[in-house]
Ligand binder design. Structure first.
Ligand SMILES: Cc1cc2nc3c(=O)[nH]c(=O)nc-3n(C[C@H](O)[C@H](O)[C@H](O)COP(=O)(O)OP(=O)(O)OC[C@H]3O[C@@H](n4cnc5c(N)ncnc54)[C@H](O)[C@@H]3O)c2cc1C
Ligand code: FES
Length: 241
C-alpha cells in the first residue's frame, strides 16, 4: 500500500451517471488487474474503493458510477486526489485457459478491461460478455473490441445485443475458465450455472481498505477473509454460495 497524490487529468461523463477519471502521477504499482485504489474525497471521512481499469506509464484510468454522496462529490472534483494504491489481490492470470470468458455487469466492467488487455498480450483468446440494462447505459464496448476481445453485449430490455442477462449469453458459449465482476445476483447466478468455475470480484462496503478494521470480513471455505486484503477477487471454490 502506498499513499500518493495524483493530478486529475480528465473527469468526464461517458454514459448516464458513469464517469471516466484519468489520474496522472506515480501510479507504477497500479498494474495488477482486479486490484483497486482507495480515494480520499473532500468532505468524506471514509475513502471510496474504485477498481483499476487501465494504466499507461504515469496515467491511471478509473471508471466510476455516481451512486451516493462520495461519488457525486468526486464527479465534480478538480485539481488533485490523494489515493492509496496497490490494494487487494487481483485476478490470477496464470489460470486463464484456451477459451477464457470475462463477464462484466454494469459498473463491474472496469476491472475486466486491464485484465482483457493483459490476457490478450499473453496470447489468450478472450471473449467478454458486457451486461447492461439498456443501450443508453452502454460504455467501453468499442474499447474492449479495440483490444482484440470478442465482445457480446446483453441488455435487459433488448435495446442492443442479446436480450436478457449475462447468463443468457453464456448458454451457447464454449469456455473453460472465467473471470467476473458485477452485481451480486449476477455473480451468484454465474456461480450456480458453472458450479463455481473461475474467479469472482466482490464488492463490500469498506472502511480502511487495508485489512485492519475487519469491516469487510467474509466467511469463506478457508475461514474468515477480508475482502479488501484477501480479495476483492476470490476463486469460486472459496465462496460459500
Ligand atoms: C474493491 C471495490 C472496487 C470497486 N470498484 C468500483 C469501480 O471500479 N467503479 C465504481 O463505480 N464503483 C466501484 N466500487 C463501488 C464503489 O466503491 C461505491 O459505489 C462507492 O464507494 C459509493 O460511494 P458513495 O459515497 O457515492 O455512495 P454511498 O453514499 O456510500 O452509498 C450509495 C449506495 O451505494 C452502496 N454502496 C456503497 N459502497 C458500496 C460498495 N463498496 N459496494 C456496493 N455497494 C456500495 C450503498 O449501500 C448505497 O446504497 C468498488 C467497490 C469495491 C469494494
Ligand atoms: S475495509 Fe478494513 S479490513 Fe477491509
Amino acid at each position: 500500500m502506498r499513499e500518493v497524490v495524483v493530478k486529475i487529468k480528465q473527469n468526464k461523463k461517458i454514459a448516464p451517471g458513469v464517469y471516466k477519471l484519468v489520474l496522472k502521477g506515480d501510479v507504477k504499482d497500479c498494474n495488477r488487474p482486479g486490484t483497486f485504489v482507495h480515494i480520499q474525497i473532500d468532505g468524506c471521512y471514509l475513502r471510496r474503493p474504485i477498481s483499476i481499469c487501465d494504466v499507461n506509464r504515469d496515467e491511471l484510468t478509473l471508471l466510476y458510477k455516481v451512486l451516493g454522496r462520495g461519488t457525486d462529490i468526486l464527479s465534480r472534483q478538480k485539481g488533485s486526489l490523494n489515493i492509496l494504491t496497490n490494494l487487494g489481490t487481483g485476478y490470477n492470470l496464470k489460470k486463464a485457459k484456451k477459451h477464457t470468458l470475462l463477464i462484466g455487469g454494469g459498473i463491474g466492467i472496469p476491472p475486466l478491461f486491464m485484465l482483457a488487455k493483459e490476457l490478450i498480450k499473453k496470447g489468450v483468446s478472450v471473449t467478454t460478455i458486457m451486461a447492461f440494462n439498456t443501450k443508453a447505459e452502454m460504455f467501453y464496448v468499442n474499447e474492449f473490441k479495440k483490444l482484440g476481445a470478442k465482445v457480446l453485449v446483453t441488455t435487459v430490455d433488448g435495446s442492443y445485443g442479446i436480450k436478457g442477462f449475462a447468463m443468457d449469453a453464456m448458454k451457447n458459449l464454449k469456455y473453460d475458465y472465467l473471470y467476473t465482476c458485477g452485481p451480486m445476483p449476477m455473480l451468484k447466478a454465474i456461480y450456480k450455472m458453472t458450479e463455481g468455475l473461475g474467479e469472482y470480484s466482490l464488492e463490500e462496503r469498506m472502511g480502511c481498505g487495508t485489512g485492519t478494521c475487519m469491516g469487510c470480513t467474509l466467511e469463506t471455505r478457508s475461514g474468515p477473509k477480508q475482502v479488501c486484503k484477501h480479495g476483492p477477487v476470490f476463486p469460486g471454490k472459496e465462496l460459500l454460495w
